[in-house]
Design a protein around this ligand. Structure first.
Ligand SMILES: [Zn+2]
Length: 199
């Protein structure tokens, strides 16, 4: 029997959509939040409601940005010598937290998955190649999780970039197999970055 008032149960259902949040945590979060001041709750609801409108993907690199000019594409603070290819914009923050990398990024947005109909055309490789040539990039670092789809995408990228006069490297395989970039600790990721090698 569900003894929660329906509205509380509804709030809990939203929390349960979050990764790693089960019934127990959802209950704790909901009890905590209904004690918040009304204006604080309204500000939180407002921040969530405008998230999609205010947070956009940079047209150049695909990173998350709130400004016209993306901070990761700003050549006054970033080096165009290296370009790091990641699957998702959340991976960018995992790499930034290591403080080991000052180059550019390119967010693919998805990985190759023939079963799910994600074919190479969906990856928009021509945009990536164009950026490499126009920005004078000398090294491309592929930082994609070592999963079945990740490895397929990495090999595809390597083949596509072969005709360009650049070095292509991959994060050092101290990275645990099947691990996700945002789950490995900062130290491991930093070592994977500095120990990257051509392949
Ligand atoms: Zn950008």
């Amino acid at each position: 029997m569900n003894r929660y008032p329906p509205h509380l149960a509804k709030i809990m259902e939203f929390f349960k959509k979050l990764p790693g949040v089960g019934s127990k945590s959802a209950e704790r979060y909901a009890f905590n939040m209904i004690d918040w001041q009304p204006d604080e709750l309204a500000r939180f609801a407002g921040a969530l409601a405008s998230a999609k409108e205010l947070l956009q993907s940079c047209a150049e690199c695909g990173c998350l940005t709130q400004q016209q000019t993306c901070p990761f594409c700003d050549l006054r603070t970033r080096s165009a010598e290296t370009l790091c290819v990641v699957a998702h914009f959340k991976d960018v923050y995992a790499i930034e937290h290591t403080h080991e990398y000052k180059g550019l990024y390119h967010v693919l947005g998805s990985l190759l998955s023939p079963l799910e109909g994600k074919s190479p055309e969906k990856l928009n490789i021509s945009k990536l190649k164009q950026r490499i040539v126009e920005s004078g990039v000398r090294e491309v670092v592929i930082a994609i999780d070592s999963t079945l789809e990740g490895d397929a995408t990495t090999l595809y990228l390597k083949r596509e970039l072969e005709d360009l006069d650049i070095q292509v490297s991959r994060l050092a395989l101290g990275m645990p197999m099947g691990s996700s970039l945002d789950f490995v600790d900062g130290g491991t990721l930093a070592r994977a970055l500095s120990g990257r090698r051509g392949f």
